[in-house]
Design a protein around this ligand. Sequence first.
Ligand code: PEP
Ligand code: MG
Length: 745
Amino acid sequence: MGDRRESDSRRLLRRLRDVLSMPVKGQERLDRITHLIASSMGTEVCSIYLFRDSETLELCATEGLRKDSVHKTRMKLGEGLVGRVARTGLPVNTANAPAEKGFRYMPETGEEIYSSFLGVPIQRVGEKLGVLVVQSKSARSFDEDEIDAIEVVAMVLAEMTELGAFGGDTGLALHKQPAMFRGTSGQEGAAEGRVWLHEPRVVITNPVADDPLTEIDRIRAAVGELRVSIDDLMEAEALDKEQKAVLEAYRMFAHSRGWLRRMEEDIQKGLSAEAAVEKEQSAARARLEQVPDAYLRERLSDLDDLSNRLLRILTGQGRDTGANMPENPVLVARNIGPAELLDYGRKLKGIILEEGSVGSHAAVVARAFAIPMVIHAKGIVAEALNGDAILLDGDQGIGHLRPEETVARSFRDKIAMQTEAQKRYDGFRDLPALTIDGVTLELHMNAGLMADLPSLVGSGALGVGLFRTELQFLIRNKMPQRAELATLYARVLDASKGKPVCFRTLDIGSDKVLPYMKPNDEPNPAMGWRALRVGLDKPGVLRMQLQALIRACNGRPLTVMFPFVSEFGEFKQARSHVFRELHREKSLGHPVPSEVKIGAMLETPSLAFAPDEFFRLADFLSIGGNDLKQFFFAADRENERVRKRYDVLNFSFLGFMEQIIARCAPFGTRLSYCGEDAGRPIEALAFAALGLRVLSMRPASIGPVKALLRVADLGVARALMDEARDRGAESAREALSGYLATLQA
Ligand code: PEP
Ligand code: MG
């Protein structure tokens, strides 16, 4: 770029800054800006389109188009050339706009006489704010320098839009309007609170700078500091492979010459160092978002993280350590790791993420804390501001940001109803789950963290029916040691105060990948080398865990369960490991448990067909319905598309459960169900009606399940199910829902 252009661009920015600092209202400011840009660029038209809501752009100011179309002409995201710029975040530059694909002219603006068109996005990192357009009659395409110049101007406009410079009389109010985000449920429950951004946005108040040399010094110093900080991080101990790989990518970005060069060029055009960082961040984002390769798109978050670090260095705005956390904080983040979530602990009222998954470790922690959680809420990070009011509906997977009063009111009603119901549940917390026809069910809870244990008292659970030991492995950076585990398991047993705890040995593989273990590249990990299969093939960890459990018992009873047993032989082998370790501990002079119960999880259909000897030998079985269901219906439990398609109340599944119950009966093998469905009242009723007597579920589900069981008659429920089946119904759901309605009436 020539010097003349550079100074042109700087001059334009300076004049722009003067206009921006004038004490005029928003509309006049916009009008002056369009006038200024058109005259500086030598075009007949300059228009600014801003988002009215997330889907609609509005012409907010123009030089050259008809003034009476301002605030009237609107278009949808993706509609016409302006809509295309907004959707893709990339410029459109054409000498012959009407011939361009997707062109759609707005007759009320009088734009049909303009042939050339240059539109650039007005955007801040991941946040689309609008489109800046210049048009001229002569059929010419704009050169690179002109595009650069207009992009720099758009960057400044983005910062000023964000700071509210165009609000007031224009009717445009960023971050003020109610917005709803629809995602997926990560953990049920409702919460009302205030936004707490895990990574608060950096505010840039000085997008234009007069002295490029100073700004270049600043950016070079900041990038230098950034590089050193990454090197420091890389040298830190206890980094797992994944963290190292991410940091390697950071280092590559941070040392990329192109990155620094582009930012320096932006500064030469008049931007401040901070604005240059954001401009490159937005541009790279827009480019990467177009890439079909998922791996490359993933790198977006690395790049964002790096740019944010650089901005923090430049502005001195640190990450808030939580000192200013509002009351009833609802965490808003792109994603969060389980350890970070544990740090926040129970302080959070809710969590809403743009990414994440139901089976993610963060979701597991949220569940342990019973914090309502919504995942896949796209766009919320850019829209939410710290302290904004927010409602979270974890059941529906919806977040209402800055909700209207009517929405808030009905939401509060829902929360009040839930609180009311909770009070009712508390009333019979210590009473048995006794049905009308005199059957008592045992309701236990699922757990996996120390943090779960207080619920043992609060929920009225009779014990821990499933303690998922892998969570302790998943939230660490390295393999826990035996002594560490023994201490932890002992604390779990202490906290359970004599109530039984069933420890499940490590269930890793499939979706649960330990950060410090080499991931196996398996075509189908859910059916791959996982859980007990790993334990038997490489028994080191299994033995270590069994030793830790025996030591933790210190003479108390031990209940241990193996996950994912597919055939009798595996169970026998696993069982012999327990005896071997008991023997070893005894010979070392350590106390052995007063009683040892060894059970298996039935998670694959094959185990239901094991020989009688298996049912005789197993002290107990627990149906892992989450896995069993996925294999029974051949529907991946992690795949939202197929997951919801199948129902455990389908008579095919219920019939299979009956077979399992019948296999256990002759040997008196204790049978429980510990998949998620045990915690749903109708499902729990159906399982009880089939003859199951032990259910293990999330602590929060115990109240609702017990409430139903205490008013239900299992004989009636069973008769209704049989009748439906005989009628040819495929599922028991309708019949049981009808019964539930009569009970509630
Ligand atoms: C199950 O599969 O039902 C189960 C309880 O185990 P997990 O969800 O941990 O796989
Ligand atoms: Mg399972």
